[in-house]
Ligand binder design. Structure first.
Ligand code: EPZ
Length: 417
């Protein structure tokens, strides 16, 4: 429940990055002995990943923001359907289980709210490393009859998930893997850094070509997950849409480099320091003529909905182009219900800023779409009710508490069907 109209002000410590914690939890499977992960966010997707590790035979304990994973003897190489369905990105366990045991059975990950989410690039890449696939009854059976070996792989698109699966499969494979057109997201660098801390030999992560020299074994390490840059953008947006000011602690400006220019175009003033970032919003945001989502270092698709909420009340017309996912405008209806003027045609959304939105009852459609609705409610006049909070809980730790901490009139009620 949100009462909008209050300029937010205060300091926020960002939780650890969901999209870094998930692949790193999978990577822990590849390591002998104990892995300790600090700054792990308390999110339903992370709890689901821990359940998958436990199911596979690991001892996996989460206390506060620290997860300890001990891979003794894996007792299964199957990720059951129920657990696969719980977390959209569970396909990331494919590479880890294969890298560790040489076989894996996962249920074909269903599409998600953002579109079909195929895994053709994952399978094509792993096939080149010696993986054989067979599909029966919605299950994907993977074996490596002659062992995993390095390969030269070109991804048709710099897929984050496919890049991660190649890394997880290649670190213990025999020989060298060269991955061209790899994803460059900061979370890829965090995963590679974790794997290096366990003894992996990886270079070029964060660039277009990653080289992995297979090693015989990896040993668990003590590692700290990077801060969540998308949560950071979300909270910067909350201050921006309410004409407030916020200081993000424990954040590096570098992973945000692809959105800071767009934020400045809205009239926000940004003061980056080595370990924190201040934002000062104008009384009214200005429109941004063109936002086109692209693979990193382009504008991140995960920030698209958040910027759309902000631009809904900006002065002028903004044009957004969503180039990564097929169906990532599902939050538009809710924003229009709150008075936004948005016209969608295919990949293009034209946002004509209005003076102010008015509160309404809306339902989250997906993780970042739900965040956009919360931001719209914070900037709107009157009361907004956001339901289906399970979407938010997948990627934001105690979002309402964080926002209360910077002056938002927001609280969570129990009834959320
Ligand atoms: C990761 O998803 C993130 N999830 C997403 O964040 C993020 O939006 C996305 O990368 C892009 O940055 C996690 O890291 C857990 P992709 P992923 O493979 O790996 C198509 C959030 O909000 N594709 O780069 O699934 C795919 O359909 C989530 O935190 C294929 O066609 O993204 C999509 O259109 C949402 N075939 C595009 O590529 C494939 O084999 C990008 O997908 C793989 C992908």
């Amino acid at each position: 429940m949100i009462e909008g109209g209050t300029p937010l002000e205060g300091e926020i410590f960002l939780h650890g990055a969901k999209n870094s914690a998930l692949p790193i939890l999978a990577a822990a499977l590849l390591c002998d002995g104990e892995t300790v992960l600090e700054n792990c966010p308390r999110l339903t997707d992370v709890f689901a990943a821990c359940r998958i590790l436990t199911h596979l035979g690991c001892r996996c304990v989460m206390r506060e923001h620290c997860v300890t994973v001990d891979v003794q003897t894996l007792k299964s190489h199957t990720v059951p359907e129920t657990l696969m369905q719980e977390m959209r990105s569970s396909i990331i366990f494919l590479g880890a289980v294969l890298g560790r045991t040489g076989s894996c059975r996962v249920s074909y990950p269903g599409g998600c709210e953002l579109g079909p989410r195929p895994i053709d690039m994952h399978l094509e890449a792993l096939r080149k490393m010696g993986v054989h696939f067979s599909v029966c009854g919605g299950q994907l059976d993977c074996t490596v009859p002659s062992g995993l070996h390095g390969a030269r792989i070109h991804l048709p698109f710099p897929s984050v998930g496919a890049t991660e699966n190649v890394l997880l499969t290649a670190v213990l494979a025999s020989g060298r893997t060269v991955l061209h057109n790899a994803a460059r997201e900061p979370e890829i660098v965090d995963l590679a850094s974790f794997l290096r801390s366990c003894g992996a030999r990886i270079s070029g992560d964060g660039e277009g070509t990653i080289i992995i020299e297979g090693v015989k074994k990896l040993t668990g390490s003590h590692y700290t997950i990077m801060p969540d840059r998308i949560a950071g953008i979300t909270y910067l947006g909350a201050a921006a849409i309410t004409g407030g000011t916020v200081c993000l602690r424990n954040v590096h400006a570098k992973p945000l480099e692809n959105v800071l220019p767009a934020l400045e175009q809205t009239g926000c003033r940004l003061y980056p320091e080595p370990d924190r970032l201040h934002l000062l919003a104008p009384r009214r945001l200005r429109a941004v003529s063109s936002i086109r989502t692209m693979p990193h270092p382009g504008f991140p698709t995960d920030a698209q909905a958040i910027f759309m909420a902000m631009l809904s009340v900006a002065d002028g017309v903004s044009v957004i182009e969503e180039n990564i996912f097929e169906n990532r405008y599902r939050h538009v209806d809710a924003l229009v219900k709150m008075g936004a003027k948005i016209h969608v045609s295919g990949r293009i959304a034209v946002v004509t800023g209005v003076r102010t939105l008015s509160g309404a009852a809306v339902a989250a459609t997906d993780l970042r779409g739900g965040a956009a609705m919360v931001l719209a409610g914070l900037g709107a006049q009157g009361k907004t009710e956001v339901r289906q909070l399970a979407h938010l809980d997948r990627g934001y730790e105690a979002m309402e508490t964080v926002l209360q901490g910077i002056g938002a009139h927001i609280y969570r009620t129990e009834t959320d069907e």
